[in-house]
Design a binder for this molecule. Structure first.
Ligand SMILES: [Fe+2]
Ligand SMILES: [Fe+2]
Length: 305
């Protein structure tokens, strides 16, 4: 592998599901609809798992890694109230400029109707939006592509308001059609895909699953992205399909296993060469250690037959 001096390297860092906000300034009675459930979940459980001081440690560790692009696969907040959106915006600003960050929405960011318009107004430049969305559904603004060197990052939205007790995701027929067309136009170029929900069948239970995992699996097999990054499960999981690595990362604020991934891509090789290292915080010491490292030769976009 040509990873020596002079090799062109693009460094991505993946973090996900920071759930960084506090609901301490609001109350159960101030909430309506599904937000009442989400507030109780935060009050009874989530606020003891997702700790801001741990996210701050992860943030500092990531900033020291010197990424070309930080990739965030959603769930910045809990129930998407305006105060949370502001808290998350401050954190995004501390992490980097919109040019340095690619963000896709999670189901907690699109907790109820109206959330998309509100997060688009506050985080729009990080989400890659160039104008306020006309549709209430995030899916109508996706897929998006961002070119980093000669590598193409493709963002998908799997999040839309769901009924009580559902954390499911959906891409929708229109987004999948546009996505397939986009991949055809990127024929012969390297891609990496970002999505909040686990993209393959069997990675999570039905109540939390993406509707189109079978279709996405077929697209991965056909177009062979270098990687597919996701969140939602709050666990470090790695799946291999041909030359593609499908990588789920634990929550960046978890007191148990806060993690991030460093993905170095050497783009002057054909196919591109990749080194991925998974860094996890040790709860007792608060230090980070590299718990997994992997090298592979990347996938490539193959034109549709
Ligand atoms: Fe989450
Ligand atoms: Fe989620």
């Amino acid at each position: 592998m040509n990873s020596g001096k002079g090799a062109k390297r693009v460094r991505f860092i993946h973090l996900t599901d920071p759930h960084l906000t506090s609901l301490g300034a609001t109350s159960f009675t101030a909430q309506r609809g599904k937000r009442k459930l989400g507030y109780l979940s935060w009050k009874r459980k989530r606020r003891y798992i997702h700790l801001r001081e741990i996210l701050d440690q992860v943030t500092n560790a990531i900033l020291a890694e010197g990424a070309d692009q930080i990739l965030i696969t959603g769930d910045l907040v809990h129930i998407c109230i305006p105060d949370e959106i502001q808290q998350a915006q401050s954190w995004l600003n501390s992490l980097g400029s919109p040019e340095q960050i690619t963000l896709v929405p999670g189901n907690h960011d699109i907790y109820q109707s109206g959330c998309w318009q509100n997060i688009a107004a506050a985080w729009g430049s990080y989400l890659g939006l160039t104008s306020p969305p006309e549709s209430e559904l995030p899916a109508d603004s996706y897929p998006m592509v961002k070119q980093i060197g000669n590598f193409n990052l493709v963002s998908l939205s799997s999040s839309e308001p769901m009924p009580f007790y559902s954390a499911q995701g959906r891409l929708g027929k229109t987004q999948i059609k546009k996505f397939t067309h986009m991949l055809d136009t990127l024929s012969g170029q390297s891609t990496g895909w970002l999505i909040h929900h686990p993209p393959l069948p069997g990675l999570t239970g039905n109540r939390r699953a993406l509707a189109e995992t079978a279709e996405l699996k077929e697209l991965i097999e056909q177009y062979q992205p270098v990687f597919v990054l996701y969140g939602h499960n709050h666990r470090n999981v790695q799946t291999r399909i041909h030359n593609t690595r499908v990588l789920g990362t634990a929550s960046a604020s978890s007191k148990y296993d806060a993690s991030y991934r460093v993905i170095d891509i050497f783009t002057d090789e054909s196919p591109v060469q990749i080194k991925m290292s998974l860094h996890q915080r040790t709860p007792d010491s608060g230090t980070f250690s590299e718990i997994a490292t992997e090298y592979w030769a990347g996938g490539q976009v193959v034109a549709a037959l």
